[in-house]
Ligand binder design. Structure first.
Ligand SMILES: [Zn+2]
Length: 309
């Protein structure tokens, strides 16, 4: 079976590479790269992915993620004020929690069964299905967000078209956190694709193929403007792993097994540590965001779309 291009429905495709023993295809018409997998297999894997992610979400709400989400909410609020927001693939509802804190009326879509308890916890309306099955009204939301989600979607064109449909005229669609297949690491051939493999990730966008999608498909007539950037340090995961191991090695050399470190004034030390940590993480987030911007060589892509009024 050869899957037709889920962006332009083109049937002329070529072999791009194999990842995890699954073939990636490149569409000759629009240049989009995607996994040659049946949509039902992708959907099944998305449901399983959700189950694995629950434990991870609860224990690992990383501080960088919190700062990132807060920045997204501030950015969108600055652009459109407040109103109704829909987060597609809302998971543990963290992003919606921040929107609620900025006086937005929040809605989420997520098919993972465990996402329900977060909707109850933070108080937003959840549609427990895929966006395409949620039967949401047209021209309804002032903003729709999609973070770290586009890489999982079996039919990205249809999915994005649905997002634009539910958006109010002049509303904002915000996509971010999906891997950039045109990143420096991929271009140099040094990417390990460790966190970016099928069947978990099936769409391999570049700034060029995103541009094609919003300029040359039916979407173009509904869009006033769109803006694509890349961000993030290429192969950051690998770099983080090396740094983590290096620190662990240093610590192991300093502290003999069983030794206890000094704990005088633990409270003051704790407050100071968390302030320093927050400052360091904030500085890192700014660096992380900006370093990958030139020439679309960063690790991730971000797209801001304004619907025609
Ligand atoms: Zn195509």
């Amino acid at each position: 079976m050869v899957k037709t291009c889920p962006v332009c429905t083109g049937e002329r495709v070529s072999h791009e590479r194999n990842l995890n023993d699954i073939e990636l295809l490149k569409c000759s018409t629009c240049g989009f790269v995607y996994a040659n997998l049946d949509d039902n297999i992708i959907k099944e894997d998305n449901a399983n992915y959700g189950e694995c992610a629950e434990a991870n979400y609860e224990t690992n709400q990383r501080i960088t993620e919190l700062i990132w989400f807060e920045n997204i909410v501030k950015k969108i609020t600055k652009m459109v004020g407040t109103g109704k927001v829909l987060d597609v693939g809302c998971g543990n509802g963290l992003l919606l929690k921040y929107f609620i804190g900025h006086n937005w009326q929040a809605y989420g879509v997520d098919l993972s069964p465990w996402s329900k308890k977060f909707a109850r916890m933070y108080g937003y309306k959840l549609y427990s299905c895929e966006l395409e099955d949620s039967e949401l009204p047209s021209n309804y939301f002032d903003a729709v967000t999609s973070t770290s989600t586009l890489e999982h979607i079996p039919q990205p064109y249809r999915h994005i078209k649905e997002i634009i449909r539910v958006l109010k005229p002049a509303g904002i669609a915000y996509f971010a956190g999906f891997p950039n297949y045109g990143s420096l690491a991929v271009r140099l051939g040094i990417s390990t694709f460790n966190y970016n493999k099928p069947p978990g990730h099936v769409n391999y966008f570049t700034a060029k193929s995103i541009n094609w999608l919003f300029s040359n498909t039916d979407l173009a007539k509904d869009i006033k403007q769109f803006h694509v950037i890349s961000y993030g340090i290429p192969e950051f995961h690998r770099l983080a792993y090396i740094i983590k191991n290096f620190i662990a090695l240093k610590k192991a050399k300093k502290l003999p097994a069983g030794s206890i470190s000094s704990t005088s004034h633990p409270q003051t030390k704790h407050t100071l540590n968390s302030l320093v940590l927050k400052a360091l993480v904030s500085a890192f987030v700014v660096l992380y965001y900006n370093i990958g911007r030139p020439f679309y060589l960063g690790d991730k892509l971000e797209v801001i779309v304004i619907k025609r009024s």
